[in-house]
Design a protein around this ligand. Sequence first.
Ligand code: GDP
Ligand code: MG
Length: 441
Amino acid sequence: LGGSISRAIQQMSNATIIDEKVLNECLNEITRALLQSDVQFKLVRDMQTNIKKIVNLDDLAAGHNKRKIIQQAIFNELCKMLDPGKPSFTPKKGKPSVVMFVGLQGSGKTTTCTKYAYYHQKKGWKPALVCADTFRAGAFDQLKQNATKAKIPFYGSYMESDPVKIAAEGVERFKKENCDLIIVDTSGRHKQEAALFEEMRQVSEATKPDLVIFVMDSSIGQAAFDQAQAFKQSVAVGAVIVTKMDGHAKGGGALSAVAATKSPVIFIGTGEHMDEFEVFDVKPFVSRLLGMGDWSGFMDKIHEVVPMDQQPELLQKLSEGNFTLRIMYEQFQNILKMGPIGQVFSMLPGFSAELMPKGREKESQAKIKRYMTMMDSMTNEELDSSNPKLMNESRMMRIARGSGRHIREVMEMMEEYKRLAKIWGKMKGLKIPKKGEMSAL
Ligand code: GDP
Ligand code: MG
């Protein structure tokens, strides 16, 4: 999705005369991309209609920055689609609230329950976890393990098979213990689908949740709308959490989930660990959906990991777009220094999927080190040139010999460099936002 959308925008910006035809072409392309990404047809059509209303062709003809006008309109429209217009119920510290988690098996409920509890615990809340999944063997153990790790009280049973009973007992117990955030984890599977939804209805009736959170895997795609709607029809879903945003999926299904439940996305899951959990922020989410990289997330991370005095220079280089081999070398150095590789740079355009596939961090690290060894055999002229033609075969042969690698590997590295240079070329002139500030376009 991201690729095609940015391609569409790119094509658009190359056009010298932007008229209705071009606008339509661009919209059609984006429409196709959104449909491919399994966003519901109706939502896509709505977006298309709205964009046409917003983008006034006369203004466009007169405007200096046509590209920006259209980009901004598409960006805003996608943001609007993620905003149901009213905030979700927000629990208050010190006042007992019950929060029930629903979603299909494997969507990440149990993991997310703990993350949600841990997140609040760190802020001084007294959370507790109730395991009302009696369907899957091992469900209680999983919750117990997570809860123990985070030192969060939990309730569940190996013997009792009635989830409604356990849920009610757990909630009652923790209310007595003055917990202010009682989290009910539920099952996501049943012998029959209808039985699952009936069970959710009963658990909800027994626990009277203040908030029901629908948990969805970012990669569910087309199924998002129906799934979310099915849960919404049996329980009062009031918020959405999108998990596994650390993977390849851009989470386009979130648009469907918001539309189906009329509820906002409140958090995203970005990994298997307890602290890989972030408050949902619509702008970086949409930027990512559009393939623009998550600048604000990146900025937050970079403020954590790069020493203050090194930041301006690095950021300046990142935005200049004259992507030389030396800049690539310095970025590699940073990547290796920054620790959890891929975490930080997975958000930086171009540095994610191809260069550092998730789950293959060790290999990626080795590859980066290999590239750096080869670059150590380059001359200053080669490192500082942004002309890829400079690197002819005899130069590559020399570099290969000098670093004890095969010329094929030097060529591979140059391909990688060209790929990154192309991406960064597009970023030229990009305003680097300050911490906490977001300038997506
Ligand atoms: P449940 O069946 O809905 O309770 O789902 P679980 O919480 O058991 O999660 C299913 C799998 O997804 C587990 O292996 C989790 O570690 C994994 N998982 C959950 N959230 C995330 C996430 O944000 N990122 C990644 N990478 N994995 C996740
Ligand atoms: Mg579970």
